[in-house]
Ligand binder design. Structure first.
Ligand code: GLC
Length: 529
């Protein structure tokens, strides 16, 4: 019965999430920055891709010190992107196409221009002082402890007027909120209600594992494995600044609230948590069956792993093995923070990676532009915008190169905007764009659509069980099975042909032409029935 199947496999298990970075999807008003009306205009493209849900990076009022991850008002839309009416139109248009819409909830920090912080920093006895994390200097006048910002430098900023430091895990313009304060917590839960009442289908929760700090803020221990090639943040193990038990308790409260909405409205709402932790600690963000936390703690291991069959096989096996029985897996291959997959492994392997992402057991998150295999985008120094780059320029970890505008067609500015876009386009945009790839049956876009269509047609690929099987060196092989239908994936992770016995009917290959029995071509992934 469909109803039963729906309960056993709700949309967020069967479906695919598509991340839209609103600044770079589609501009509608000619300011070179994408906006909500632009996204609405492109919804048919998103629906035709065959994804199930959209996650929007932040669109709230923001001074844009961290491009929206510095929120100055949690319950409004930045004029750059539109207004609440434009948001409501987008949400209705998404729902009309059967697409769910998830917002980005940024609970760890607000903007330093948020009225809450303006009040908090106005005096030591302001009622909102304790909504943020203020401390006296250390005896030597320096910062209260040794914590390092994730973007580099001390995590503490001195406030001259009130003679204390405030904590910021990211930029000084992103003061950390104090979730131990009941009034702050109540205000933030109201933020979730505000958007749930408007009808959103859930949230991606920004840096969820950061949101509570150890009570008395002890120094973090040094990381013995740190080298200067790593970020400054990695000098320390974030033992006391992240992954605290109280953050898990909050995560369970977020879940209870969203579940309550789901039960009341008959429409399940979903929580995705941004979590960067080793497997054993990662698993805890699912919570327990009695007290669940987030539905999907983001799993970034495809982004972080070396790109070869042996490593990926191990990573996949370990990840699936550590999941609690009630925990549903998920996979992320790209984001506005990570280097583009095609830049990292090349276009031929990016096609294999897309097949992997869309055939592994677990909910995939697909990042805008990866369906076009956008690769390396050089950002000339005068066009660099990412604050993370400016805090540690020597590391070359700027994120602008993954945030460049969607190239829609070969018209000026790639159909993204009538003006010069805020970041440069991919240099090959005249040929690497949506319109060109729609005309080319061999394009990455065509492959992505075919994979998404096959995934929809074959429940084995979405909700089926999964088993890793032995394959020749360089080949990652696994099977998915549902109700007796068994499919085998064989992915050649190398750029040389590999002798590989395979049986069955090829349903799809990452390469043009028909796969030939007995071997896999260079960079070839196949799905066999
Ligand atoms: C998350 C976001 C990233 C942002 C950071 C601080 O990691 O994905 O873009 O800079 O949080 O909010």
């Amino acid at each position: 019965m469909a109803g039963n199947d729906d309960q056993a496999h709700p949309w967020w298990r069967r479906g695919v999430v598509y991340q839209i970075y609103p600044r770079s999807f589609q501009d509608s008003d000619g300011d070179g920055v994408g906006d909500l009306a632009g996204i609405e205009r492109r919804l048919d493209y998103v629906a035709a891709l065959g994804v199930d849900a959209i996650w929007l990076s932040p669109v709230f009022p923001s001074p844009m010190a961290d491009f929206g991850y510095d929120v100055a008002d949690y319950c409004a839309i930045d004029p750059l992107f539109g207004d609440l009416a434009a948001f409501d139109r987008l949400l209705a248009a998404a729902h009309a196409r059967g697409l769910r819409l998830l917002l980005d909830f940024v609970p760890n920090h607000s903007s330093d221009r948020h009225p809450w912080f303006l009040e908090s920093r106005s005096s030591r006895d302001n009622p909102k002082r304790d909504w943020y994390i203020w401390r006296d200097p250390a005896p030597d006048g320096g910062p209260p402890n040794n914590w390092i910002s994730d973007f580099g430098g001390s995590a503490w900023e001195w406030d001259e007027r009130t003679g204390q430091y405030y904590l910021h895990a990211f930029l000084p313009q992103q003061p950390d909120l104090n979730w131990r304060n009941p009034a702050l917590k109540a205000a933030m839960l109201d933020v979730l209600r505000f958007w749930l009442d408007r009808g959103v289908d859930g949230f991606r929760i920004d840096v969820l594992w950061h949101i509570v700090k150890a009570q008395d803020l002890p120094d973090n221990p040094p990381n013995p494995h740190w080298t200067p090639a790593r970020t400054e943040r990695d000098r320390l193990i974030q033992a006391h600044s992240t992954d605290q038990p109280e953050a898990h308790a909050l995560s369970a409260e977020f879940r209870a609230l969203t579940d309550e909405y789901g039960a009341r409205t008959g429409r399940e709402r979903v929580l995705i948590g941004e979590i960067f932790l080793p497997n054993d600690r990662h698993a805890r963000w699912y919570g327990t069956p009695e007290r669940p936390q987030v539905h999907l703690p983001f799993n970034f291991q495809l982004i972080e792993s070396e790109w070869n069959a042996a490593t990926l096989r191990q990573v996949i096996a370990d990840y699936l093995a550590m999941l609690p029985a009630h925990g549903w897996p998920n996979w992320v291959l790209g984001s506005h923070d990570a280097p583009r997959i095609a830049a990292r492994v090349g276009e031929a392997q990016a096609r294999v990676a897309m097949m992997l992402l869309l055939t592994l057991r677990g909910t995939p998150t697909l990042y805008q532009g990866d369906e076009l295999a956008i690769g390396a985008v050089p950002i000339p120094p005068h066009r660099i915008r990412d604050p993370q780059h400016f805090r540690q320029p020597h590391l070359n970890i700027g994120r602008d190169r993954s945030r460049t505008p969607m190239p829609w067609d070969a018209s000026p500015h790639a159909g993204f905007s009538s003006a010069e876009p805020w970041l440069p386009l991919n240099p090959d945009w005249p040929t690497r764009n949506v319109a060109a790839q729609e005309r080319d049956p061999g394009s990455m876009l065509a492959l992505t659509r075919a994979l998404l269509a096959l995934r929809r047609a074959e429940p084995a690929l979405s909700v089926g069980g999964m088993e890793l099987v032995d394959g020749p060196a360089g080949v990652l092989a696994y099977e998915r099975e549902h109700n007796g239908r068994r499919l085998r994936m064989m992915l050649n992770l190398t750029s040389a042909p590999v002798v590989a016995e395979w049986r069955g009917t090829p349903l799809l290959s990452t390469r043009a032409g028909t796969p030939e029995a007995g071997w896999l071509r260079a960079d070839e992934g196949v799905i066999l029935a």
